[in-house]
Design a protein around this ligand. Structure first.
Ligand code: ZN
Length: 316
């Protein structure tokens, strides 16, 4: 009977690793650099070596390890195959099979945002819920859709990419994906800055944001101080994000949206701006969907990756 599980979250610059009990107690966490040179050929061997070293250090037998779950930044299908993780330099290959071969323990792989959603459902803001949409408002917008406890990965593993929901026509700027008018162009940390820049340039009204370095945090700090311009920027942000989430809720009908990422550090004040637009646009059968804050921060990925191993059929 195994007792331990590893959770791995591969980011563009660092790989986070965690050792958990099967009950989800985090016993140890650490990081190693992500060596993405040479098409990322070192990344998985580094992860495997780090896992085996930790097991040795903690005197854990392989037979006591249920496996290692791994979240990667790119589409991963339900068979554990990666389809072009651009940030890592990876093309097409099966992460689960490779990692399992290198470590001698079972492995499970998932897209990082999907895996983080699973972590939030297991031990974070979504605890107690089985149908949720996790929304990570960071540099971009990551999304993870869980229905009745199972992750939606989709045909090529690109399911739940809610950051690229088309929300605005006639947007001159290009999104990172190449399209124009994606949700993450307005609702991410970068998006809030863009909205602020445009709004401040449009009118000459005074604001505490003028002459300061703009960030999502600066905007929401100014909102809390009652700054009129900042409030207008937050209203634009809320209108667009609320509309996007209403579209998603009308399809998925989740119990909750779990809102995380850097922008969510502003706290529940975000919901004051998202909720009115959400209520206005959502199908009335989905109006009971609640908004909660994510709780695990940067650890959501390692928790979710560990959970990935424990749920035998985690994908829809
Ligand atoms: Zn896009």
């Amino acid at each position: 009977m195994s007792k331990y599980v590893f959770g791995v979250d591969v980011g563009g610059t660092t790989v986070k690793l965690g050792l958990f009990t099967l009950e989800g107690e985090l016993l140890d966490k650490w990081e190693i650099p992500t060596r993405s040179e040479n098409s990322g050929i070192h990344i998985l061997p580094d992860v495997a070596e780090s896992i085996l070293k930790k097991a040795e250090e903690k005197k854990i037998e392989k037979s006591d390890i249920a496996g290692a779950g791994i979240g990667v930044p790119g589409p991963v299908d339900s068979e554990g195959a990666v389809h072009c993780a651009v940030n890592l330099g990876w093309g097409e290959f099966n992460v689960e099979k490779e990692l399992s071969k290198m470590t001698g323990i079972p492995a499970k792989a998932g897209n990082d945002a999907n895996v983080a959603a699973l972590g939030e459902m297991w031990k974070g803001g979504g605890k107690g819920h089985k149908s949720l949409v996790a929304v990570t408002l960071g540099t971009g917008i990551g999304g993870g859709i869980i229905i009745d406890g199972k992750l939606l990965s989709g045909f090529t593993g690109a399911g739940g990419e809610i950051g690229h929901l088309h929300i605005m026509d006639n947007e001159p700027d290009k999104c990172g994906c190449g399209n124009h008018g994606c949700l993450e162009q307005y609702g991410s940390a970068t998006g809030v800055v863009m909205l602020a820049e445009r709004h401040l340039a449009k009118t000459g009204k005074p604001s505490m944001l003028r002459g300061r370095e703009l960030s999502a945090k600066a905007v929401f700090d100014a909102v809390k101080c009652g700054d009129e311009m900042a409030i207008e920027i937050a209203e634009q942000f809320g209108e667009i994000l609320g509309k996007g989430l209403a579209v998603i809720a009308s399809i998925v009908n989740p119990e909750v949206f779990v809102i995380g990422g850097g922008v969510s550090k502003a706290g529940t004040v975000l919901f004051d701006y998202i909720r009115p637009a959400f209520d206005r646009y959502v199908f009335k059968g989905s109006r009971s969907t609640e908004f909660v804050l994510a709780m695990l921060g940067n650890d959501a990925g390692i928790y979710g990756a560990a959970k990935l191993v424990m749920d035998h059929s985690v994908y829809i």
